[in-house]
Write a protein that binds this ligand. Structure first.
Ligand code: OFO
Length: 170
């Protein structure tokens, strides 16, 4: 079984991952509502990925013989006023999630919980990639988003994203 504080931190991370999934689904709906189906698709897939992350944390607790406590998931309260805003919010959110995972990692290191550190290694890398993806979307929106043809092409590109299950197997 896991150390009590690590257990609490990992359990909280389950909620954060489910919230991320909710947040991205909300963003997906926003873009679909505004006929940007490619962006809608991209974020619907991102929502699926976040759900899968939550399930990995859940499984890790179970594999260690610990109980999972599911908390209420906050409703996303985003009132977007332009197409760029969700992208900026996503970048901020991913930075917040990276910090949260780093904090768990730092505590695991402090108490020599090498098993948890090894489990988290995949997430540390994944967060780096997600921050990069979010930053890339912001930059490309700045370049092409204000031109209708540019926006159309970007939307078409994002429509080709398909779901791939996380490479981490536990
Ligand atoms: Fe769960 O990957 Fe980002 O937030």
């Amino acid at each position: 079984m896991l150390d009590k504080k690590i257990l609490f931190m990992l359990n909280s991370q389950i909620n954060k991952e489910f919230y991320s999934s909710y947040l991205y689904l909300d963003i997906s709906n926003y873009y679909y509502d505004n006929s940007l189906d490619g962006f809608g698709n991209w974020f619907a897939i991102q929502a699926q990925e976040e759900y899968a992350h939550a399930m990995l944390f859940l499984k890790y607790l179970k594999n260690n013989g610990d109980k999972v406590k599911l908390d209420a998931i906050n409703a996303p309260d985003n009132k977007f006023t332009n197409f760029k805003q969700p992208l900026t919010d996503v970048l901020e959110h991913e930075i917040f999630i990276s910090r949260s995972i780093n904090d768990i990692y730092a505590f695991a290191y402090e108490i020599k919980d090498f098993k948890t550190m090894q489990f988290l290694d995949w997430f540390v890398k994944e967060q780096g990639e997600e921050e990069q993806k979010a930053e890339g979307l912001c930059k490309r929106f700045d370049l092409f988003g204000s031109d209708p043809r540019g926006l159309y092409l970007l939307d078409t590109e994002l429509s080709s994203r398909v779901y791939a299950a996380p490479s981490l197997v536990i």
